[in-house]
Write a protein that binds this ligand. Structure first.
Ligand code: SPD
Length: 377
């Protein structure tokens, strides 16, 4: 049960300053009040995206306490960060969100001389990030994922023995969605991941913002909307693990994490993750320092610690996420290193699309479509 969600405080009852990670995080007890003289670093990261013992180790080695809070979508991170006064030092946006934060002047340019482990990031990551100007200057890769779907092998095979289980038609074909409604369909609640998949299913450009293409996506969802149990960006992980969902659109590493939790729970839930044959999105989550950070020196120390090969592998192994850190590769478990869902061959990664930053006008337009899709059952 090691992967249970100790650190998930997306709806934390504690104000930020009171959530202090100290020694022995097990049990998720956030201990109150850091003394004024304590060295601290404040982190805002995705839910289910850290191994608590790694932060504990950091605190033991440096004396710096980690104040940790979580979110589950780039939209949530943006809302909090753009509003200002967030108090965080390190935030972990996906690469296209780094672009938005750079544009808004919210990020510190990384001084790579302060990072001993600066050369650990694998070349393919830097190559892909070149598509997003400035992102490599303002951020350091933490983990990466593809966006696809996973299904509960038993439940889906029983209901749809002849379905093409490598295809997004499992969701987007209304007959399939109808058949799977009884065992639970979850979809990420974020247009930046789901719209591109829907566009690719329709044979369109995943980054299209054309009205006629977006209208087609909205139409596509109309017929399947009644069969979707929930739009949510983190609950699908446990829902898949405990059998409350049998099909979900989500992030590769989360499904591997779900698979491991299901195995730990021993209830015979078998989950298969699929990079859809119609196409997938590759996403990099990036460690960044806010320009408003009060603890920049400590932030550099923590980032350097997290991109150390051994530490980074420890997190990746714990979460079953894909690491972009080549110094971590030798420490990965055999099973994850050889799993093509987590580490697909380069030609497969090269075919994956990247979500491109949009103008504010485009973001608004897409969000409006998304609300139409998600709210009108
Ligand atoms: N539970 C961790 C989720 C991390 C998701 N990363 C999102 C990537 C978006 N492109």
């Amino acid at each position: 049960m090691k992967r249970l969600n100790f650190l998930h405080k997306a709806q934390s009852p504690f104000p930020l300053k009171e959530v202090v990670i100290t020694s022995l995080l097990v049990g998720a007890i956030a201990l109150p009040i850091a003394y004024a003289k304590d060295k601290v670093v404040r982190v805002y990261n995705w839910s289910d995206y850290m191994k608590p013992e790694v932060l504990e180790d950091f605190t033991q080695k440096t004396g710096i306490k980690v104040i940790y809070d979580t979110f589950d979508s780039n939209e949530m991170l943006l809302a909090k960060t753009l509003a200002g006064g967030s108090q965080y030092d390190i935030v972990v946006p996906s690469s296209f969100t780094v672009s938005y934060l750079i544009q808004a002047g919210k990020l510190e340019k990384i001084d790579f001389n302060k990072l001993e482990n600066r050369d650990n990031i694998a070349p393919f990551v830097n190559e892909r990030l070149e598509a997003l100007p400035g992102v490599s200057d303002y951020s350091v890769a933490y983990m990466w994922n593809s966006t696809g779907f996973a299904y509960n092998v038993k439940e889906v095979t029983e209901r749809l023995p002849n379905a093409d289980t490598d295809s997004l038609s499992l969701l987007f074909d209304p007959q399939n969605a109808k058949a799977l409604a009884s065992c639970g369909i979850y979809v990420l609640d974020t247009p930046t991941e789901v719209m591109p998949l829907a566009l690719m299913y329709l044979g369109l450009d995943p980054n299209s913002t054309k009205d006629e293409d977006l209208a087609k996506v909205e139409e596509l969802f109309k017929d399947i909307r009644p069969y979707i149990k929930k739009f949510h960006s983190s609950e699908y992980l446990n829902a898949m693990a405990n059998g409350d969902a049998c099909l979900a659109i989500g992030w590769s590493g989360d499904f591997y994490n779900a698979k491991a939790r299901a195995k730990d729970a021993g209830k015979g839930v078998d989950i298969r993750y699929v990079i859809p044959k119609e196409g997938s999105i590759v996403g990099f989550d990036q460690l960044t320092i806010l320009s408003s950070a009060e603890n920049k020196a400590e932030a550099y120390q923590l980032i350097d610690f997290l991109i150390d090969g051994k530490n980074n592998a420890e997190i990746a192994n714990f979460l079953d996420y894909s690491t972009p850190n080549q110094a971590a590769y030798p420490y990965l478990t055999e099973a994850s290193r050889n799993d093509e869902g987590l580490y697909p061959p380069k030609e497969v990664i090269d075919r994956m699309q990247m979500f491109k930053p949009q103008t504010q006008k485009e973001q608004k337009k897409i969000m409006k479509r998304w609300l139409n899709i998600t709210m009108h059952k």
